[in-house]
Design a protein around this ligand. Structure first.
Ligand code: GLU
Length: 503
């Protein structure tokens, strides 16, 4: 078994993990962090595993989990243990590990490191109001700490709902080492008495994550920098349990070309979108490998294997790596030209979308509208293309105020972004009700959608087309149309957001 030496004290197999929460589309950020964890494990002859963090039962779905697994695999990221393949430390889905967390939470209470809190949400709202009004720091005030053992016992016996919170030192600070950032210090006063076990008996991220990283033998936690502020809670939990702490490494977050945090408002973030657009997984992985990292000779194009051979986490630069679709396209073009033979090009294109699985549902839409095969591509080419070739002139409607139309399109898009089941009736219902609530004639909104999706004012049914194109490409085309009509400014977006919530 390959060994890794940390300082002088320990010798162990490196084990890293990716721990996605299956609450939405498979995110580029997940793939990027997974790739760096895999590269780090490979570099040290260690193992990389996948764990599903689905403790948020409201938002987690099996479809999202499947999409994450499928898209990581499509990219060429493979794991040695995981919910789909099992392994010696399973189960690898947190929803199947419920009793484990219960036991550890109870242990912390018994050892005096955590406590019951029976505060209702009304009480906590009241506390927040009081703190806001009196300009006090906002946060839990530790009221559960004042309960005597008898009181706690009585309330538990009465069946009162409770949560378990962790104790936090009242003074001083937490100092810890980050593999890339060196020593980080965070005052304990900045850290809240985190809920560890919720009133539905399920753990929060913090408890489940620490318990699982320990039980699954994780030696290095490489994750996004948004988790830095959670590190003190995790470190304290390791101390409370008396466990060795894994090394921490917070990787820089991916950014939009304007340096803001990568967000789907500005850039498609779902891996499925890139798959639908026809990027090669090798090129995607290569580009993700360039996020904050470079080969020693700075070459831009490299294979997964080459990356693993030369990987060195210390060469990750902390300046926010920019995910730029144009750059990705350029790199993808190089891969296509240099690494894919003509025969393979054809075969890859077929498996991408030029196949009967994808095109079968297109046929009944186009058959009634063509007279010969040569009519097909002009009518239905948009099923095989990226963004349609349209301009803002194609989207204006002389009878409807442009700002009202933009806003209606944005609201429709927001609604469609939250839609889980991508079926025709639901899409239609959303578009229709959005038009009605904005007092726009449905046919005016539909005409706009028509052009945005098909690139043409006269094509096949737009709702059928959206179903076939799938959520990622459809949403991207609507976003593209909105950009052409004028992306809302920050101020406008804020106003719209408020208005949208009241609908
Ligand atoms: N479930 C967390 C996420 O979705 C994992 C964070 C971590 O790696 O600790 O990002």
């Amino acid at each position: 078994m390959p060994l890794f030496v940390i300082g002088l004290k320990l010798t162990m197999t490196v084990r890293t993990r990716i721990a996605p929460s299956p609450t939405g589309d498979p995110h580029l950020g997940t793939a990027y962090i997974a790739l760096f964890n895999l590269a780090f494990a490979r570099q040290h002859g260690g193992e990389f595993i996948l764990r599903i963090e689905d403790t948020d039962q409201q938002r987690s779905t099996p479809e999202s989990e499947q999409a994450i697994l499928d898209s990581l695999r499509w990219l060429g990221i493979e794991w040695a243990e995981g919910p789909d393949i099992g392994g010696p430390y399973g189960p690898y889905r947190q929803s199947e590990r419920g009793s484990i967390y219960q036991d550890y939470a109870q242990q912390l209470v018994r050892d005096g490191h955590a406590f019951y809190c029976f505060a209702t949400s009304e009480e906590l709202d009241e506390l927040r109001r009081y703190q806001t009004e009196n300009k006090l720091p906002i946060g839990y005030d530790g009221r559960g700490l004042d309960l005597s053992t008898e009181e706690v016992q009585a309330r538990l016996e009465a069946g009162d709902p409770y949560v378990i919170r962790m104790k936090i030192p009242s003074q001083g600070s937490c100092k810890f080492n980050d593999m890339l950032r060196g020593e980080i210090e965070i005052e304990w006063s900045q850290v809240d008495m985190q809920v560890l076990l919720k009133n539905d008996g399920l753990p929060t991220y913090h408890l489940a994550n620490v318990v699982d990283d320990h039980l699954m033998g994780i030696t290095h936690v490489l994750r996004g920098e948004e988790w830095i502020n959670s590190a003190p809670k995790h470190i304290l939990l390791y101390q409370y349990f008396g466990w060795d702490m894994p090394e921490l490494c917070h990787l820089p977050l991916l950014r939009n070309p304007d340096k803001s945090k990568l967000s789907k408002r500005k850039n498609p973030t779902s891996i499925l979108y890139y798959q639908r657009m026809g990027y090669l997984p090798e090129a995607m992985l290569n580009y993700l490998g360039r996020m904050g990292w470079s080969m020693p000779d700075e070459r831009e194009k490299f294979t997964r294997q080459e990356m693993f051979e030369h990987f060195d986490i210390q060469r990750v630069s902390l300046g926010g790596p920019i995910f730029d679709q144009e750059k990705l396209s350029w790199l993808n073009g190089m891969w296509l030209r240099e690494d894919i033979s003509d025969a393979e090009f054809m075969q890859r294109m077929q498996s991408w979308a030029v196949n009967s699985d994808y095109l079968a549902p297109v046929v009944p839409l186009i058959k009634p509208r063509v007279e010969k095969f040569s009519d097909v591509i002009p009518l239905a080419g948009f099923f095989l293309s990226g963004m349609p070739d349209i301009s803002s002139d194609d989207l204006v409607n002389s009878k409807v105020d442009n700002d009202l139309l933009r806003k209606t399109l944005q609201f429709t898009l927001w609604h469609l972004e939250a839609l889980r089941s991508w079926d025709k009736d639901d899409i239609f219902a959303i578009c229709k009700s959005m038009a009605q609530s904005m007092e726009v004639k449905p046919k005016d909104l539909f005409a706009l959608l028509f052009v945005a999706i098909t690139g043409n004012a006269n094509s096949v049914s737009v709702f059928d087309a959206m179903v076939i194109l799938g959520p990622d490409l459809s949403r991207a085309r609507l976003r593209h149309a909105l950009q052409l009509m004028g992306t809302p400014s920050k101020k406008e977006a804020k106003r719209w957001d408020k208005e949208y919530r009241t609908l």
